[in-house]
Design a protein around this ligand. Structure first.
Ligand code: PLP
Length: 384
């Protein structure tokens, strides 16, 4: 394999990150406090239009804090999208609560309002409504928030919006992440912008973010002698990492343009193949295309998604399956799952492919992905 490796999604610095990191060194704010953190939080507030934000060490930590602030504890129920990364649901287990998984709809690949309503109705009759619903926005696209918010409001259940993959997405004129009681972003290395590792908890309720900040710093009371009345965590983001985030926020819009251009090139190169269906972009919303995702019809093509991914790997191209649904994971065996009828998340997992969406790819490299993809599905033989 002499050709250069093509990555799924890797860190892509803009240029000013170093300057802000150096500033942290120059001022000796090498700590989980400092100017970079303040600036980074303000950038997120301004960008999303949210009132308050707390920078933390990971998206997972942000979800943990949100659940804790919603008073989730032992044997409580928390609903969560099934088609997602394990980090969406792990914090439910940290708190001794019980996850219940909700299927996706095919229109957005995100939480199905039908399945959600059915699950809420079921738990209402059993007099155990969930303490929270974690709604995930996959691959850069918002879930159908007006429907989902409407349903959750009807039952009086708060929403935690896991927008780890959807920073910059827009739904009906409003930024993704701002629809729940809490919103969560991640700045892990593979996300649309990164701080090497980091996250952000946001909310329009300033008092909640004040509480989050306290919980993220060991729940220290205001006293010189280290007084503690509640459980706390060490979840604050470092001022050095926040410097990277500060620089990354300056080029977020450019990265979104690049991600969408990559997707457009895939549509141009594969859109003629009937057995290929791209992840839809919901009408009235804006998909960042953090990852370009599609499904294939293996019956027509005579090849599975796994075989296509394997072929790409043999050509030094990193493609990935769509998330394995959490209700199918051994870790969560025995927990409830509600679907629309058809198991959509299972279908998307079995037939889905995430193509390389690295913003450092050249046009030639994207063509190489398309060529390799077409080679494996023998599309010229069938359709030419
Ligand atoms: C990345 C991711 C997270 C976790 O974020 P970390 O910063 O890696 O802890 C949570 N949910 C989803 C959907 C993610 O993709």
């Amino acid at each position: 394999m002499s050709q250069t490796r093509i990555l799924l999604s890797s860190p892509h610095m803009g240029g000013n990150e170093r300057k802000y990191v150096k500033e942290a060194f120059k001022t000796n704010w090498i700590a989980p406090v400092g100017n970079n953190i303040d600036v980074f939080e303000n950038q997120i507030k301004e960008y999303t239009g949210i009132k308050a934000a707390c920078a933390v060490s990971s998206g997972t930590g942000a979800i943990h804090l949100a659940l804790d602030l919603l008073d989730v504890g032992k044997d409580d129920i928390v609903f969560c999208s099934s088609l997602t990364f394990v980090a969406s649901a792990n914090p439910i287990l940290y708190l001794g609560a019980r996850p219940v998984f909700i299927d996706s709809e095919l229109e957005t690949w995100n939480m199905s309002p039908v399945a959600l309503e059915e699950a809420l109705e079921f738990y209402k009759t059993h007099e155990k409504l969930p303490k929270a619903v974690i709604i995930v926005n996959l691959y850069g696209q918002s879930a159908q928030m007006d429907k989902l918010v409407g349903i959750c409001d009807k039952y009086g259940v708060p929403i935690i919006e896991d927008a780890a993959e959807s920073l910059g997405a827009v739904y009906k004129g409003r930024m993704s992440g701002t629809f729940g009681k809490f919103g969560v972003f991640s700045f892990n290395g593979n996300k649309i912008i990164t701080t090497s590792g980091g996250g952000m908890l946001i909310s329009d309720e300033e008092i909640m973010i004040k509480k989050a900040l306290k919980k993220a710093t060991q729940s220290k009371e205001t006293a010189a002698h280290y007084q503690h009345e509640n459980i706390g965590y060490n979840y604050r983001l470092s001022n050095i990492c926040a410097g990277i985030g500060r620089g990354q926020m300056e080029i977020l819009e450019e990265r979104i343009r690049q991600k969408r251009a990559i997707f457009e090139q895939y549509v141009y190169g594969l859109g003629d193949v009937e057995a290929v269906e791209f992840m839809p972009e919901l009408k009235g919303s804006f998909h960042t295309r953090w990852l370009s995702a599609l499904t294939i019809d293996s019956k027509i093509l005579g090849v599975t998604a796994a075989e296509v991914i394997k072929h790409l790997a043999e050509n030094n191209i990193e493609a990935r399956p769509v998330w394995k649904p959490l209700h199918m994971q051994p870790l969560f065996a025995g927990y409830d799952y509600f679907s629309e009828g058809e198991d959509n998340s299972k279908f998307l997992f079995e037939n889905g492919i995430c193509l390389p969406s690295d913003t450092k790819m050249t046009v030639e490299e994207i063509s190489r992905v398309i060529g390799s993809f077409r080679e494996r599905i023998h599309v010229d033989k069938i359709f030419a």
